[in-house]
Design a protein around this ligand. Sequence first.
Ligand SMILES: [Zn+2]
Length: 395
Amino acid sequence: MVDACGWEIIKNDSFCKDFAPHRHRLGSVFGYSSTCVPSILSGRWPCEHRNWCYFVYDPKNSPFRSLRPLRWLPRAVTSRRIFRRYLTKMVKSHLNFRGYFDLYNIPFQYISLYDFTEKKSPLKAGGMNKGPNIFDFLEIREIPYFVSDPAKTEEGNLANLREQIEAEAIDFAFMYWAGLDGLLHRVGNQSPEVPARLRIYEEWMRAVLALANDHYSEVHLYVFSDHGMANCDELLDLKGMIDTLPVEMEKDYAVVYDSTMARFWFFNDHARSEITNCLGKVPQGRIIPDSELEEMNAFFPDGYFGELIFLVKEGVLIVPSHMGERPIRAMHGYHPTDKHSYASLMTNQSALRANVSSIPDIFRLMTAEAQAAQAENRPDRPAAIESSSTLTPAI
Ligand SMILES: [Zn+2]
């Protein structure tokens, strides 16, 4: 999986064409990588697995109470990335968070109002907020696998995968490269640095494929992404607008400003109508009706992730937000039908073992392939015999 390697990034590029020529444009999932990756890993949608946005208003369960004294520090210090990164590390180990964690730009004044929703790692068995993922599936069936470790570099993970292949120890591998996403955020989707990075990934994959072909009779390769990336050409100070209203954060309402969304919780009708009216006049975005959230499988009837979701148009960036104090060149997390949201799938297989039209379908592809590989490689295993009869079982 190459993070942010969307359809628009590769459609006019030869990326992987010589060894994975069969290409598919895939629908993504509404939200950020925090939901796209869990959807790929579980085959389910945000409303089903409940790994959606990172921060939610939940003061009763907030683990951040110990950070409240930091609200007295000047913003010039607390908004600095280096300070945030240091603190993020401390908090992550202190709270024993196992997934990806970043304090981003949440103000310390309000941090104890929020909970962080990814306490476990979706890249591990038992790592979903609700239900199983591909790693549970593999472990139940005793299918030996490789999964990359987010704490290691891309090269480090590649070296580990090569060792496993050389030892012929695995039937299945899930490699996750996040570097392209960071690059795209920084330089935008038109920079020459982007195809340059694609060439590096191609080299790595070509070499790993050659190695796998030396050790295995058949290698099925799927290169895919979780979403694409749109350039941000317009900045929107939504917080500035909301702050001028005669309603008070914490007392009347709570909000998380993601970089493309704002999610609100209301404590009285006055706040609800003031904020709804204000958002209705912002031409750069719109309130997403519940019915549309439902169509996107991202509607939460309990309002856990927000009672009102405001989403900006592709190319608009909410700045400052709780995700960042300063602008970045490109972003994702727009409407899934916006041009740059689409993900991609490239493979050396002309026929797919499962119907794949959006990224959660990748899960069914992975389970079918893992079982087929196990049946071929380890026909004597009871688990293989039992599970080879069905290609797309549910767990
Ligand atoms: Zn990203």
